[in-house]
Design a protein around this ligand. Structure first.
Ligand code: PMV
Length: 362
């Protein structure tokens, strides 16, 4: 796939002032992307559920620059305030995208972004923010260059562009469920972009919830960029990539056949594997907190005793994602009320569910 566009310059007179705005959700990986190579290419396929309540809204206001060189002209506001630290990351990203969107250097851009969840909640925002930005850029290209893509081609391009900002963002472009990474049995799958898998998701999973328990709001001690890097000289790397491939295959089967118990088993093993890999990296590190383990044990005990099929997964951090069917909402709420009432406070949790994917707002 080559999206580079050497001819993508517009006549400056033809650039109207305008604005694009997208809302894009976060996603939770069930099979984790952990380890990369080349230009943000994954070492193994990953599968995720697309969320609904945790999202980023991004707008780009653009107008023509009379004079332009090779550099970019943009300002970046996060939740209403200019944010130089985030702005720097966005600047590096936009510069890297110039071969695809050369018209960016002809524009003066004002980018505004905000999350539905507190930035300090320990919930990764790169998936929602980078996908929202990528969608805005693809819409701008359509408008300015008159590029017309059908929905499928547009989503694929947005996913490709999002991937270059943050690997996991490639999966946020699609409703309900996405697969990123080449898997032989899924012909359309690719390492370069994710594909939507909602059509293969059994209806039993369509009303699944993700109740996120915010164990800690601390910024994590090891970034995911550093974590991916450590996979490069990890003793278990090759075995891990082969295992992830196998697990993706089996989890796809379970998700498409409505096998909740079997799917849950793979999902939990996978969460613990991610943290196991971190613990035996060089140097090893622990992102779980004592309360993370208490919750995990309690979920397993509750499931065993009650028969309610609720499972946990973890991202690269201490927070716990509880996955369960909507029909078990009351039972799960009773469990939290009894065992961990502190998570009934809205600032300690996000009650999310599978969502319909990004929405263009203007
Ligand atoms: O997208 P990145 O580079 O922040 O990596 C995300 C890695 C995990 O969140 C731990 C797993 C995943 O697949 O989302």
């Amino acid at each position: 796939m080559d999206y580079n566009n050497p001819n993508g310059i517009v006549s400056t007179e033809q650039i109207p002032e305008g604005m694009v705005r997208w809302k894009s959700p976060s996603n939770i990986a069930l099979i984790k992307y952990w380890g990369k190579h080349g230009n943000q290419l994954p070492r193994n396929p990953s599968i995720s559920f697309t969320l609904e309540a945790a999202f980023t809204e991004t707008s780009i206001q653009y107008r023509a620059r009379r004079e332009y060189g090779s550099g970019l002209e943009f300002s970046f506001y996060f939740e209403g305030e200019e944010n130089p630290a985030f702005g720097e990351r966005i600047g590096r990203y936009l510069n890297a995208l110039l071969p695809i969107f050369p018209f960016l250097k002809q524009l003066s851009l004002e980018i505004r972004s905000g999350n539905s969840f507190p930035h300090s909640s320990g919930i990764a925002s790169s998936a929602s923010s980078m996908s929202a930005l990528a969608l805005c850029l693809c819409t701008m290209e359509e408008r300015l260059l008159g590029v017309e893509l059908d929905n499928e081609a547009f989503d694929r391009k947005a996913s490709y562009v999002a991937r270059l900002g943050s690997g996991s963002a490639a999966r946020s472009v699609f409703p309900k469920m996405a697969l990123w990474g080449k898997l032989n049995e899924v012909a359309a799958s690719s390492d370069e972009f994710a594909i939507g898998m909602a059509a293969r998701l059994h209806e039993r999973f369509h009303d699944f919830r993700d109740w996120i328990l915010i164990v800690s709001r601390e910024v994590k001690s090891v970034s995911s960029t550093a974590g991916h890097d450590m996979m490069n000289n990890h003793d278990f790397a090759e075995a891990r990539y082969a295992q992830a491939r196998r697990k993706t295959h089996f989890l796809m089967e379970h998700l498409s056949h409505g096998q909740i118990v079997e799917a849950g088993k793979v999902i939990e093993e996978e969460a613990l594997t991610l943290h196991g890999l971190m613990m035996c990296s060089m140097p090893g590190y622990v992102l779980m907190e004592p309360e993370t383990l208490q919750i995990i044990r309690a979920i397993r005990e509750f499931r065993e005793k009650s028969g309610v099929q609720v499972f946990f997964t973890l991202d690269a951090g201490p927070n716990v994602h509880m996955l369960y069917s909507g029909r078990d909402e009351e039972a799960v709420e009773d469990f939290i009320k009894t065992r961990f009432p502190q998570y009934m406070e809205p600032e300690r949790s996000i009650r999310d569910k599978l969502g319909a994917g990004p929405v263009q707002l203007d």
